[in-house]
Design a protein around this ligand. Structure first.
Ligand code: SF4
Length: 347
């Protein structure tokens, strides 16, 4: 029986390549994907998929191609403190990358014994991300996760101190890589050479928390909801934060307007969370009005919804307002784009 290791796998280029390198060295790899609830492509694919289409996570697709088992571990419930009280602070937006990495790595460490694995590895690349992948950050998260010497970064290993797996000869350090920096060209070339050809675009990004628009929406929600960030958000609320255009029309009311068909379906699916609005007789988006709202706010939301449809140039548009089994119709003048943008929640 070969040496077994746990590899963190997102399904992106770097982690896929790291798994491939370990597997090619004869390591028995168990890939693990930790889902924080803020994975961007995850949500985008859920929204964009057409009815009946089966959604598969990038990590599962990569694991299947690489021939390694993948454990999907949902950590949303234990992630709230990492998000709201990060010991090491945030990156450019709402991304607590150092605490996040440390959390995932300590969870991976906790799995070592029960999975009969000896070490953990990741696709991290020295200097690739400003907050979490410079030399001292790599050391810091290793220490926070209590993984001293047991954390291998195969893509940058030759630039880092030898780890126990290298010193013990479980892996051949000579066959590891010395990649550093933000570019992905070297990884893409090596992936080609190793026959790894199918992975999501490296520029695609993976985490909503690094997205400045998402961060602005999350900040707005914390500011306007009772209790701020003390209480964990429902998952549906997170999904909605990633969907459509968002407008704060009053301290207690917010409107989400779909941008395409997939988002219309998505908002329709989540209609029980608020009031569903849609222009009648002309094509236009579905919108969801959230909060404890007044009649005046329903009017504003209807005018906003009308302004994003085909009838935005008309004098008056009839908008259907649906809440549960109740249905009513109101006639509104579409709001000007300027007024709409003044209420948009943007970065
Ligand atoms: S980008 Fe997101 S998932 Fe990645 S380390 Fe930062 S907070 Fe965690």
């Amino acid at each position: 029986m070969g040496v077994k290791a746990i590899g963190l796998l997102s399904g992106g280029l770097d982690s896929t390549l790291a798994v491939k390198l370990m597997k090619d060295q004869g390591i028995d790899v168990l890939a693990v994907n930790f889902n924080t609830g803020f994975c961007l492509s995850d949500n985008a694919q859920k929204i964009r998929k057409t009815p009946g289409e089966i959604y598969r996570h990038d990590a599962l697709k990569a694991g299947e191609k690489l021939g390694v088992p993948v454990e999907m571990v949902d950590i949303y419930d234990q992630y709230w403190d990492v998000l709201t009280k990060p010991k090491h602070g945030y990156g450019a937006n709402m991304n607590p990358c150092l605490d996040c990495r440390a959390k995932m790595l300590s969870l991976a460490k906790g799995m070592l014994e029960s999975r009969s694995a000896r070490f953990v590895f990741t696709g991290e690349v020295l200097g690739q991300r400003p907050m979490s992948q410079h030399r001292s950050a790599l050391r810091l998260v290793e220490k926070d996760a209590a993984l001293d010497g047991l954390l291998l970064r195969p893509l940058s290993a030759k630039l880092l101190e030898p780890t126990l797996p290298e010193r013990e000869g479980w892996v051949d350090r000579e066959k590891l890589l010395d990649i550093a920096g933000r570019g992905r060209k070297v990884q893409m070339r090596i992936a080609r050479e190793l026959g790894v050809t199918d992975y999501p675009s490296p520029a695609g990004g993976c985490c909503s928390l690094v997205d400045k628009v998402f961060a602005a929406r999350l900040g707005d929600l914390f500011e306007h909801r009772e209790g701020g960030n003390a209480e964990r958000l429902e998952r549906e609320e997170i999904f909605l934060l990633k969907t459509g255009r968002h407008f704060r029309i009053s301290p207690g009311a917010k409107v989400i307007v779909a941008r395409d068909e997939g988002e219309c379906r998505f908002l329709h699916f989540h209609r029980r969370l608020g009031i569903r609005l849609e222009a009648e007789g002309v094509s236009g988006p579905v919108a969801l009005l959230l909060g404890k709202v007044t009649d005046e706010e329903v009017q504003i939301a209807a005018a906003l919804t009308a302004s994003y449809g085909k009838g935005r140039g008309l004098e008056t548009i009839r908008v259907a307002v649906r809440k549960g089994s109740e249905e009513s119709f109101i006639d509104v003048s579409p709001m000007s784009r300027e007024s709409a943008l003044a209420m948009a929640i943007t970065a």
